[in-house]
Write a protein that binds this ligand. Structure first.
Ligand code: SAM
Length: 215
């Protein structure tokens, strides 16, 4: 009886251990030396369609979290206009330096590059209208801690946007299936930190696109 009880406890513990967000095996960080891949045009991820669905206003403050090469930073900055601001944040210096050079070349004054840390984008509290996290969620090592900090950075009614590789959709490239995070898990994790699901957009062949709101 005792042995049976111990086995049950062990199985429960093991199940809990393997299913917590913080213990999930994160995908490897996209290597800065392959940054040119992030700069290639993506037919499968229509930037203009994404921008339109974000309903960005002139003057908004947006954070591109896990900005990589800044593929989305520039179109986001065009949408917020000169009165707005885009933070291009990443935890890899190679990525941040690349964006800084690009921004300097384009002479865009409404973009600030930020070198964040794994669990915190290190942005001002209550400052963001939109936190935009594209193709990055599956790389997060401490998703819940990062989400908590993003929540603090959002203004009331601010939106968190998550676009990521859907393990339920077959794709000829992208991160391995084992590291992709299913849409329902992302929704559960974001709801755990107290944001609610506002919209789901299903127009991309390989990705889900979720918009959450801070109450
Ligand atoms: C695959 S790239 C995507 C870049 C960009 N969002 C895009 O769609 O082109 C993922 C980026 O997320 C960054 N990243 C991973 N974990 C992060 C974290 N906890 N906070 C901020 N950035 C992170 C990586 O350094 C990498 O540059």
């Amino acid at each position: 009886m005792k042995i049976k009880y111990s086995i049950i406890c062990f199985v429960i513990l093991l199940f809990t251990y393997t299913t917590t967000a913080e213990e999930r095996k994160a995908g490897r960080l996209f290597p800065p030396e392959k940054i040119h891949i992030l700069e290639e045009h993506r037919e499968w991820q229509d930037t203009e369609e994404i921008m339109a669905r974000l309903k960005i206003n002139i003057g908004d403050v947006v954070a591109d979290i896990g900005a990589g090469s800044g593929y989305f930073t520039i179109p986001l900055a065009r949408r917020v206009g000169t009165e707005g601001l885009v933070y291009a944040e990443d935890i890899q210096k190679g990525m941040v330096d690349f964006i800084s050079k690009k921004v300097e070349k384009l002479e865009m004054k409404n973009i600030r590059t930020v070198l964040g840390i794994i669990e915190d984008p290190t942005l001002p509290d209550n400052s963001l209208n939109i936190a935009f996290v594209a193709n990055t969620y599956h790389e997060l090592e401490r998703p819940l801690l990062l989400l908590e900090n993003i929540k603090n950075d959002l203004r009331l009614n601010g939106k968190l946007v998550i676009i990521d590789w859907d393990p339920a959709k077959k794709s000829p490239f992208g991160p391995p299936k084992e590291v992709r995070v299913p849409e329902d898990i992302v929704i559960k994790e974001v709801q755990e930190i107290g944001l609610y699901l506002l919209e789901k957009h299903n127009f991309m062949p390989y990705h889900y696109f979720l918009i959450f709101k801070k109450k």
